[in-house]
Design a protein around this ligand. Structure first.
Ligand code: NAD
Length: 487
């Protein structure tokens, strides 16, 4: 399978697609490693994960370059946010490992007729072999959010990165080994869309954590049901950002930019529906357009680039860009939308492209539409590119209702200086994540996940421990067995 660089269109690697035998071998290797890994103390496991965090930071330049070449994300993002975010995640769960599995509850269970000193306690125990299937949009983070908590809890792991971005998962496997992770505890299998189902169906895989589209997620849930696998679903979104009349407009513009242009718009939680109060809309749009015009779209490896290249799938290099452009062209033709900036693809000259000319990357300009109807295709569907819809509102209750009018529920944001309004609206959002006066920040401590068609289960924070442990209850009788009902 070919692996192309979105920035240039150049072939960067050729990857062997895993067969069923490869998957079986990876799962068997993880299963063989499980008894010894799960028997280590949490502190021993945590030490290895913490060492991995240190190494990821040491390899930041190499890792961020790999991530930018592979995923098209500007190196200014991969170097300062995404690789370091992966390191933070390993550090966080390294610190938590000695708590993650042992914390349970103790409950006194006295009841009428004796048993006055009996009690129960719970133990959190690992599940065994867990698997992860990842999306391509921020590969190091998608993987770290699954692997770090799973290993902290004493599970072993088989990870399949997206066919578009296999490189950094392989590098993290090397780093974990260098950090002292025993053989077999973490395994990477690379492949295409035929590979994931082999993990979903595998009877020795006890848990599957998936990040990707809602459509694929539904297919996986159905297949995983055959083996009653536990699943976590991190799926798509079409999130709202509400800018109220009392907001700091400059901050609101910053938040709208962070929630649309970051990673060239390829972020699941992006607030692509920006609802702006009528009284500040003119100022908001003017400032947004002014700042967006200054963005540099181009070579992901150029440190001055703000907006990188659209992902390049192995079987259809321009497939994702074409899909995004299709949304833009249909939106342009729809009288309910007014294009106010961008709307074009973009070509650049990058050394190293095909034939040396290097203008074969996939680039789309940051694009802004003002939209008059919440029900247009552009406002309803996930585009997964740098395309923002601006909508006007006048009334808080109406804005909240419109914000919630989506099948998704991954993120939502509110920009306001009114404390009571901020929390009132946060409570009403039908969404797994709410940001007040900012957007898209995802520290490792913060649980992340969706409502509705955006999925279920939570990654990150202590909540992720639920994904990777099962609870055993132990009842302890301190007195005699009361069998007086029998002769
Ligand atoms: P995708 O669903 O096309 O693919 C995701 C992964 O699933 C890939 O590794 C792919 O090989 C694998 N896959 C495909 N078909 C499969 C099957 N039948 N069984 C098992 N595995 C299968 O998604 P994508 O295009 O890689 O990613 C973009 C999507 O991911 C967007 O919808 C985005 O919103 C979502 N996403 C969600 C989050 C989140 O945390 N909620 C984060 C990032 C991306």
């Amino acid at each position: 399978m070919s692996n192309f660089s979105p920035g240039t269109g150049a072939l960067i690697s050729t990857v062997e697609v895993a067969t069923q035998a490869t998957i079986d071998a990876a799962v068997a290797s993880a299963q063989a490693a499980f008894p010894a890994w799960s028997a280590l103390s949490g502190a021993e496991r945590g030490r290895i994960l913490t060492r991995a965090a240190v190494l990821i930071r040491e390899y930041n330049s190499e890792m961020s370059l790999l991530e930018s070449v592979d995923a098209g994300i500007p190196v200014s993002e991969t170097e300062f946010v995404q690789v370091l975010g992966g390191a933070d995640c390993f550090e966080y769960y390294g610190g938590l490992a000695s708590n993650a599995c042992v914390t349970g509850q103790m409950m006194d269970t006295p009841h009428a007729g004796g048993h006055k000193d009996s009690f129960c306690y719970t133990r959190r125990e690992p599940l065994g072999v867990c698997a992860g299937i990842g999306a391509w949009n921020y590969p190091v983070l998608v993987m770290s959010w699954k692997v770090a908590p799973a290993l902290a809890c004493g599970n072993t792991f088989v990870y399949k990165p997206s066919e578009c971005t296999p490189l950094t998962a392989l590098k993290i496997a090397e780093i974990l080994k260098e950090a002292g992770l025993p053989d077999g505890v973490f395994n990477v299998v690379v492949g295409d869309r035929t590979t994931g189902p082999m993990l979903t169906r595998h009877s020795d895989v006890k848990k599957l954590s998936f990040t990707g589209s809602t459509e694929t997620g539904i297919r996986i849930v159905k297949e995983a049901a055959e083996t009653l696998k536990k699943v976590t679903m991190e799926l798509g979104g079409k999130s709202p950002l509400l800018v109220f009349e009392d907001a700091d407009v400059d901050n609101a513009v910053g938040a709208a930019m962070m929630s649309n242009w970051y990673t060239q718009g390829e972020i699941c939680s992006n607030a692509t529906r920006v609802f702006v109060h009528k009284s500040v809309k003119e100022e908001f749009v003017r400032k947004l357009v002014e700042r967006t015009k200054q963005l540099k779209v181009g070579d992901p490896l150029d440190p001055s680039t703000h907006v990188g290249a659209m992902i390049m799938p192995p079987d259809n290099k321009t497939g994702h860009m074409d899909r995004v452009v299709g949304y833009i062209e249909r939106a342009k033709a729809d009288p309910r939308n007014k294009l106010i900036l961008g709307g074009n693809t973009h070509t650049i000259e990058v050394a190293g492209g095909k034939g040396g000319s290097g203008n074969e990357g996939c680039y789309v300009e940051p694009t802004i539409f003002e939209c008059s109807d919440d029900n247009s295709e552009l406002v309803k569907e996930e585009v997964f590119g740098p395309v923002m819809s601006i909508l006007e509102f006048e009334d808080e209750a109406d804005a909240v209702e419109r914000a919630n009018d989506t099948v998704y529920g991954l993120g939502a944001g509110i920009m306001t200086n009114n404390l009571a309004r901020a929390h009132r609206v946060a409570k009403q959002f039908q969404s797994g994540n709410v940001w007040i006066n900012n957007y898209n920040l995802t520290p490792s401590e913060m649980p992340f996940g969706g409502y509705g068609m955006s999925g279920y289960g939570r990654e990150c924070g202590t909540y992720a421990i639920d994904n990777y442990t099962q609870i055993k209850n132990v009842y302890v009788e301190m007195g005699d067995v009361d069998s007086s009902c029998y002769p």
